[in-house]
Design a protein around this ligand. Structure first.
Ligand code: PMV
Ligand code: MG
Length: 361
């Protein structure tokens, strides 16, 4: 039996800008996630809360497309397929297995709370299945395979959620060119995709956690569709759009400020950059006519700011979570109380331990 765990994530800064290849973000991995377990079986089946209680059969055609037919845009199937293709390319024989996926990234009643599940599902599945087949993939290769699988479904996501899932802690992430990687995968298979020039702009670097202050997370009970939001906000996938480029370059500089603040343990610089990241997102949303900050997210931010915290939406917005950074325990408690009064659910999360490794191409 081979098990792998992948964490959920929260964006601290750099949302949307990181969608552009080479764009930067600071992301944290949280202490909730998805566990994938692969055990020997006759056929290939997937059992998961995501699909109801019955195991689903997976069949492969000659081109090794997993025809899972569980639902459209199936991330577990995309992950299985990428690993099966790598196994075939390495000349390893196919085996039967049951893949079991267990998640605690919901609110306990199956309701998504914006901590990311597709990225964690793919990351955990790729890790467990490459272990099962003994393919000897290091963390960086698992990250690449998980991004290839995800990009096969949509190239819109930056892959930052997957990097946070696999590396843990606080990370600086720059995104690869998923369109180039995906084209290589379609044309030349998984080995060509792994060798693609699209990876040149991807990096993952561990960052020190803030030495003081506490990170607060509030959930606004409205799930958001990240891909739809990205399609609205960064519609031009060639990223030639001046308005978007201006936003992205301001965001990239701000992300570097945040990183310097973290390196120096400078609370003021960290909270300044978090507030600025929120401001940049608001400007972008108004230019694009997108509702990144819903009424509840706005309230979440206002309450925190009134108590002297920096606050912003986290991730694509349009619902899900917002974050605040509080200087003292007392302020943090006050913000959490006021959030509850306003109908915002504080999420008791901790940032998970970082793995101590970086990815540099
Ligand atoms: O809404 P989330 O937490 O999945 O974050 C999305 C962040 C974006 O930058 C908007 C998209 C991405 O994949 O990076
Ligand atoms: Mg979201």
């Amino acid at each position: 039996m081979h098990s792998a765990y992948a964490c959920g994530k929260l964006y601290i800064a750099g949302e949307y800008a990181v969608v552009k290849p080479g764009g930067r973000a600071v992301i944290v991995a949280v202490n909730r996630g998805v566990t994938a377990t692969v055990s020997d079986a006759q056929d290939v089946t997937v059992r998961s809360d995501f699909y109801g209680s019955k195991p689903q059969s997976v069949c492969f055609d000659a081109s090794l497309s997993a025809r899972v037919a569980l639902r459209e845009r199936d991330y577990a199937a995309a992950a299985i397929m990428v690993v099966e293709r790598l196994r075939a390319a390495r000349g390893v024989a196919q085996r039967g297995y049951e893949l079991r996926l267990v998640s605690n990234l919901d609110n306990g009643t199956g309701y998504k709370i914006g901590l990311g599940s597709s990225g964690a599902v793919v990351a955990a599945t790729v890790q467990a299945l490459t272990d099962f087949y003994g393919l000897g993939c290091d963390r960086g290769t698992v990250l690449q395979l998980a991004i290839i699988a995800t990009a096969d479904i949509s190239v819109r996501g930056s892959g930052g959620d997957i990097a946070a899932s696999l590396y843990g802690g606080w990370i600086r992430y720059t995104s690869p060119d998923r369109a180039v990687i995906s084209a290589a995968y379609t044309a030349g298979g998984v080995l060509a995709a792994l060798e693609s020039v699209g990876w040149r702009s991807m990096s993952v670097r561990q960052l020190p956690a803030p030495k003081s202050g506490s990170l607060l997370v509030g959930w606004t009970a409205k799930p958001a569709a990240t891909e739809h939001m990205v399609a609205t906000v960064a519609a031009d996938q060639s990223f030639a759009d001046t308005e978007f480029c201006e936003f992205a370059s301001a965001s990239d500089s701000n992300v570097e400020m945040l990183i310097e603040g973290l390196a120096d343990g400078d609370y003021a610089r960290i909270s300044g950059a978090i507030a600025r990241a929120g401001e940049l997102l608001r400007e972008l949303a108004s230019k694009r006519g997108a509702e990144i900050e819903t009424a509840q997210l706005k309230k979440l931010g206002e309450i925190a700011v009134q108590q002297g915290c920096a606050a912003k939406t986290s991730g694509a917005g349009g619902g899900d979570c917002g974050i605040a950074f509080a200087s003292t325990h007392e302020i943090a408690q006050k913000v959490l109380e006021l959030w509850v009064e306003a109908g915002i659910t504080p999420l008791k999360l901790a940032v998970s331990e970082g793995c101590g490794e970086d990815f540099e191409h």
